[in-house]
Design a protein around this ligand. Structure first.
Ligand code: 26W
Length: 819
């Protein structure tokens, strides 16, 4: 008997039904007649999983046999979105599953909607990681995505009286059919204690770390199926488990709380995702999370993925660890420690290997988002790692002084150790020194990274810096999210574009085809209807029909300027109430917001409350009914994005220039035929270059202009005084007229805008309103608008994450001379 992987179920409706019933009866333990929706969902998910298993086993074997170099993507976040939809698509089982469920008297769409998405990320950075692993599987590149299996992902957002209230996201509560726990592959992770010098047998002075406590890291595998190529890569997510479950003596004495204290402490490490986006909290638990998952990943790779006798001097031939921002950067001293303390490498030898194993991606421009770890905290938790960083820093600063003539000021600027306000390790500096390549995530961002964030480093190592513009997976964000448009595209240009997205170019001539435009509009109208249905059932929101759908969805942050959008809404409201214009002549518009705020971010939460208060006021005002509406569905997530984005006409990308590293929502909208109103920031710059000025509404200051104004001293009060329309909107808000007569609702946001306005919303207001007027004029010309929308789709193929991955392969991972 050949001991090859067991064959999967037959790829037909009959085979699918049989497997489904087997799952329901033998795994869920219920007959169909007694099964709940959740039983049915779990059985369906496990059935689909069966079809992927052979590919997964074969992919693993093929990669091990070939000794491929592995991309070890190290990311504290993966914002995956629903797994079933993607698995069905990747396996090519959508039709079979639909038919099979029908035969069982079930509705596949209803079952799909049961899944709670694994929200193991905050926003852009986590979603990007999910897109990247999808692309690598689709391109058959060997990749292991390493991360954390949070028991609770990003919180579920609810509104109480318009204010955000966070509820735990218990995504595992009803069972998780997509993961494979591997408790027998657990590795021990140490913390705390002290270090000791000793003399080895060879007479060499060495150091050993004597830790004080440890936890077990248990890997859970998730499948990462490639699109219809039989490839299945792996996400390896780590879960913390106490080394000693509990103290039986204490338990028997009746001290139950104390008996489980150690267990609770250990297992807290992977309990919950930090909901902080952009402003890191220097919390000990977060550092524990970071070290926990990278230490487990490196140990596991060396122990379980490499052959037993592998010579670690050759490590760079087998692994490229990609550091997704600074969160996993503690992996650098960890690898040094393993090589020097555990494998007897000479220091320089170890550094030579370590440098070749890491590359670093920076995802931000905000100075407050650059992680630093106070040395007292780091020294307490990871004493050996702190010593290693100090030594690396000494060596590095010696080089700086040598190369730059003893320039002490420069050395202090570049140091991995900051002295004020507290002595702390600058993780971005450590990453930049160690990495072979450092990249930003859009052209402008990479430029600013070189010129403003890390200028000394780019002067020292100009070739270390590169750009890879972000991308999004067209499988999820076009094919799954927008089946109607996908079908239309395939009809027009044939198959194949989903894995070769530049082929969307072939749609260009169709922009001039009136019949095609008509069908394109019908698809958009269908998507809007689908959104109306969803919001009605999900949120009790009834969207008006026939409006321009204007959408701003992203994390709530001042630099993204939801407040600027809100001022525009207030201004539109005022215009409708005034006698200046005939309401009938204005474009009916519905503005949709979606945004979560970090729980401790005061101004962000005030902005949410304010948007909700204005929305309630406008929606209750009969005078503007049918002309202006605002909807703010709670809990914006990947699942909602998939229905919202394909319905949008207008994509709001209005961050202050020089602040948004890239943006990826902007790409999703363009690919789904929304036109962008946006500033010259992040990947907006590239979107505009590609789709053309005529198909993009640009406004606002450029980054150099922002810098100039900043330098000169920005006074928001002056802008307020000099712009009548702005003044009127702010006064209206401040008076309480836009918040049901209650001025206190608007106070915090208005005060901040008038007194500080850190992100210069007021300075861009007039330009924004003007650009919005152009939007209305263009929208009035239905054919011209549709033409632009089609051209947006046709010219956005560049933003496939497959292209991003090709760029990483060329510019970062494949570099033959990794020096
Ligand atoms: C907790 C501290 C912290 C600090 C920074 C958490 C998260 C961050 C991230 C770097 C923030 C983030 O998600 N950045 C976003 O990354 C996306 C993917 O590259 C970009 O498209 C966004 O512009 C960028 O804001």
């Amino acid at each position: 008997r050949a001991l090859t992987p067991a064959v999967g179920p037959a790829r037909d409706v009959d085979g699918f039904v049989r497997q489904f019933l087997r799952e329901l009866n033998y795994t869920q333990g219920v007959p169909l007649s007694r099964s709940t929706l959740n039983d049915q969902y779990l059985a369906l998910a496990r059935t689909v999983r069966h079809y992927l298993m052979q590919g997964w086993i074969r992919t693993g074997k093929r990669r091990r046999d070939a000794g491929d170099k592995v991309i070890g993507y190290l990311s504290a976040e993966y914002l995956l979105g629903r797994q079933l939809d993607n698995a069905l698509l990747a396996a090519g089982l959508e039709d079979i599953a639909r038919e099979a469920m029908k035969e069982c008297g079930l509705d596949v769409d209803l079952l799909r909607s049961q899944e709670i998405e694994p929200g193991l990320g905050n926003g852009g950075l986590g979603r990007l990681a999910a897109c990247f692993v999808d692309s690598l599987a689709t391109m058959d590149v060997s990749c292991i995505g390493y991360g954390i299996r949070y028991e609770y992902g990003i919180f579920k957002q609810t509104f109480e009286d318009g204010r955000q209230v966070e509820v735990p996201d218990s995504w595992l509560a009803l069972g998780s059919p997509w993961e494979f726990p591997q408790p027998d592959r657990a590795v021990q992770i140490d913390f705390g204690g002290h270090t000791e010098r000793y003399t080895g047998d060879d007479g060499r002075e060495r150091t050993r770390w004597v830790p004080a406590w440890d936890v077990q890291a248990v890997p859970y595998h998730l499948l990462v199926p490639g699109y219809r190529n039989g490839v299945v890569n792996t996400l390896r997510l780590w879960s913390a488990k106490a080394t000693n479950a509990f103290d039986l003596q204490l338990f028997n004495q009746g001290d139950y709380a104390e008996a489980v204290r150690a267990q609770t402490f250990a297992e807290n490490i992977t309990k919950v995702l930090y909901p902080e986006d952009s402003t890191p909290q220097g919390r000990e638990l977060r550092l524990q999370q970071q070290y926990f998952f990278v230490a487990a990943s490196i140990k596991d790779f060396i122990r379980h993925t490499l052959p037993a006798d592998f010579d670690l001097h050759r490590l760079p031939e087998r692994i490229a660890f990609q550091l997704n921002d600074t969160h996993p950067v503690i992996a650098i001293p960890e690898l040094m420690r393993i090589l020097v303390d555990e494998h007897d490498f000479e220091w320089d030898e170890a550094w030579d290997v370590t440098k070749q194993c890491f590359d670093y991606t920076c995802h931000t421009l905000l100075p407050e988002a650059l992680e630093v770890w106070p040395v007292d905290l780091l020294g307490r938790l990871l004493p050996r790692h702190l010593e290693i960083v100090y030594r690396l820093n000494e060596d590095f600063l010696a080089r700086v002084r040598e190369q730059f003539d003893g320039d002490e000021v420069r050395a202090r600027r570049m140091s991995m150790v900051q002295e004020n306000p507290v002595r702390a390790i600058r993780m971005a500096h450590l990453a930049t020194v160690a990495a072979t390549k450092v990249n930003g995530v859009a052209e402008l961002h990479s430029q600013l990274l070189r010129d403003k964030v890390l200028p000394d480093f780019s002067e020292m190592w100009p070739d270390k810096f590169t750009n890879v513009t972000n991308g999004v997976t067209p499988r999820r964000f076009v094919r799954i999210a927008n089946p109607g448009m996908s079908e239309l595209v395939t009809e027009a240009i044939g198959e194949g574009w989903l894995t070769d997205l530049e082929r969307l170019r072939e749609l260009e001539p169709f922009a001039d085809d009136a019949a095609f435009r008509e069908r394109f509009r019908a698809v958009k109208a269908g998507n809007k209807e689908r959104l109306r249905q969803l919001l009605h059932h999900r949120d009790g929101i009834d969207l008006p029909e026939g409006h321009l759908l204007d959408v701003m969805v992203k994390r709530l942050h001042e630099y993204k300027r939801q407040s600027l959008k809100l001022l525009h809404v207030v201004s539109l409201y005022q215009r409708l109430l005034s006698d200046e214009v005939d309401p009938e002549s204005t474009t009916p518009r519905t503005v949709v917001f979606g945004a979560k705020a970090a729980p401790g971010y005061f101004m962000a939460k005030e902005t949410i409350a304010l948007i909700n208060a204005v929305a309630a006021t406008i929606d209750a005002d009969e005078r503007v009914a049918g002309r202006l509406a605002i909807a703010f569905p709670a809990n914006y997530n990947v699942t909602l994005a998939e229905t919202l984005i394909p319905a949008a006409d207008l994509s709001e990308q209005i961050s202050l220039a020089g602040k948004e590293a890239s943006g990826t929502g902007n790409m999703k909208f363009a690919l789904n035929g929304a036109l962008t109103i946006g500033t010259d920031d992040g990947a907006n710059v590239e979107i505009r270059q590609l789709v053309g000025d005529d198909n993009f509404f640009l406004f606002g200051m450029t980054e150099p202009r922002v810098a100039e104004l900043q330098a000169k001293g920005y006074v928001p009060g002056d802008v307020y005084a000099s712009s009548p329309r702005l003044k009127s909107a702010i006064d209206f808000l401040a008076s309480g007229e836009a918040t049901g007569g209650d001025p206190s609702r608007a106070a915090a946001v208005v005060d901040d805008l008038l007194s500080s306005d850190r992100f210069m919303a007021l300075a861009d207001f007039d330009a924004y309103v003007e650009a919005q007027e152009k939007v209305e004029a263009t929208y009035a010309d239905t054919e011209a608008w549709t033409r632009s929308a089609i051209l947006n789709v046709a010219r956005s193929g560049f933003f496939s994450s497959d292209r991003s991955m090709r760029d990483y392969l060329d510019r970062i991972w494949n570099v033959s001379a990794r020096s």
